[in-house]
Design a protein around this ligand. Structure first.
Ligand SMILES: [Zn+2]
Length: 430
């Protein structure tokens, strides 16, 4: 037996043929995503256009009626932003892209990595390359937040002044970037208050002292960043399809060794991402309950597949059925909804989603249904959008009856998936 076949890594078998083609496909996926973001350039819109936009007024009370009127005000500003995106592609950094055994799916300033398991099992939802999108979005949100998160000392003092004038009847600020910064600040303060009171009602708006707010902004940055990434991943890459998105992220989470300790966090991020699709944020409690129900039914539907261990699914369903826990999550959601709405309204650029899925040959008249072949047909048309192809394959696996297939069968299909992306991108067979 050749030594390479004795390695504990499955990748050993593949190495007999080389994984150059698999790597090229990974680059093709990254290349498409990068091209689209470089072309729409949300960062440039935020710098060019946002400062001249008259922002919505601040929310003066959190009761339902003023809240839903406030959403109407957000919509008015959102409508003026409708054509904010540009399309004069600009250069930007290329990341080092590779499969990593140590890092798995991860993004850093200089690199984007995919889990090595994906080399063999890319078509298996737990190791789907769609997780790469999430990591890419971390790079994107870090760059947006560097302009919109009131971290820096000078900015902090200026934004704190606007934030604290709110109570003195000053309900408006100068421009949209400042408005968004105040919302971040306010939400961080509210979350801190919520954690101190475990969900007891407290007056709103209420001014948090500045030293405390500084700490809160640091403490919640990671959570805000994750929520932002989830909203974008859901809307840009999963086409705002809650069923698909829930199955997709939970298949990849529930196999992680530390998933059990982080269920609350993951449930919350899921709800924060999909809730907007029910009623566009006007009825917060109904949005929350709808999202929890979705989460429950979609996770239950994973039971008939064998992607994740059933005891992990049981742990999640137990949490969803625990009234007290759900109530805490509901309070948290209530506090975070203004921020979730602001992110959905102003920082999602629909043009990105359109460009990621633009396919002339394979889509049936803009229906979102693609005529990609089933394994093992070899595909000779050019796949214009690796993103659309990956999402279509993921959907197909979930829609399959059951998956008592051997891993070897997934491995074979994964190899096919890489070949389809890789070879068809290089040669146009028309
Ligand atoms: Zn993340």
């Amino acid at each position: 037996m050749p030594p390479i076949q004795r390695t504990p890594w499955e990748i050993g078998n593949f190495s007999l043929f080389g994984i150059g083609g698999v790597f090229a496909a990974l680059l093709a996926i990254y290349g498409q995503v990068r091209r689209v973001f470089q072309s729409v350039q949300p960062e440039a819109s935020i710098l060019d256009r946002f400062p001249s936009m008259v922002p919505p007024p601040f929310l003066q009370a959190k009761a339902d009626e003023p809240y839903s009127k406030w959403i109407d005000e957000l919509v008015k500003v959102q409508d003026q932003l409708a054509d904010a995106s540009r399309s004069d592609p600009k250069g930007g950094p290329f990341h080092i892209v590779y499969f990593s055994h140590r890092l798995g799916f991860r993004a850093t300033k200089l690199s984007v990595t995919a889990a090595w398991q994906s080399i063999v099992l890319a078509i298996y939802p737990s190791w789907s390359l769609t997780t790469l999108f999430h990591e890419y979005l971390h790079i994107h949100t870090k760059s947006l937040l560097s302009d919109l998160y009131p971290f820096e000392d000078t900015d902090f003092d200026r934004i704190y002044a606007i934030y604290s004038q709110r109570l003195n009847g000053n309900s408006q600020c100068q421009n949209l970037p400042d408005f968004i910064k105040v919302i971040f600040m306010e939400t961080a303060g509210e979350l801190m208050a919520l954690e101190a009171t475990r969900g007891e009602d407290h007056a709103f708006p209420k001014i948090t002292p500045s030293a405390k707010l500084r700490r809160a902004l640091k403490a919640y940055f990671h959570e805000f960043d994750e929520i932002f990434v989830h909203i974008l991943d859901f809307r840009y890459f999963h086409r705002a399809d809650p069923d698909l998105y829930i199955k997709s992220i939970w298949s990849s989470w529930l196999i992680l060794p530390f998933a059990a300790e982080r269920l609350h966090e993951y449930v919350f991020r899921t709800i924060a991402a999909v809730s907007h699709m029910r009623g566009k944020g006007k009825d917060r409690i109904a949005d929350f309950d709808w999202s929890m129900e979705k989460l429950k039914t979609q996770v239950e539907s994973l039971i008939r597949h064998d992607f994740v261990r059933n005891e992990m699914i049981d742990a999640l369903l137990t949490l969803i059925d625990n009234e007290e826990e759900v109530n805490l999550l509901r309070h948290r959601f209530f506090v975070l909804t203004p921020l979730i709405q602001v992110l959905n309204r102003f920082l999602v650029f629909p043009r990105i989603n359109e460009m990621l899925f633009a396919e002339e040959q394979d889509e049936d008249e803009g229906s979102g249904v693609y005529r990609y072949p089933e394994v093992p047909q070899y595909y000779t048309n050019r796949i214009e959008s690796p993103v659309a192809f990956l999402i279509a394959q993921l959907k197909r696996v979930f829609d399959g009856a059951t998956s008592e297939e051997a891993l070897a069968s997934y491995a074979r299909k994964s190899l096919w998936l890489f070949q389809a992306i890789n070879s068809t991108l290089r040669h146009n067979h028309n």
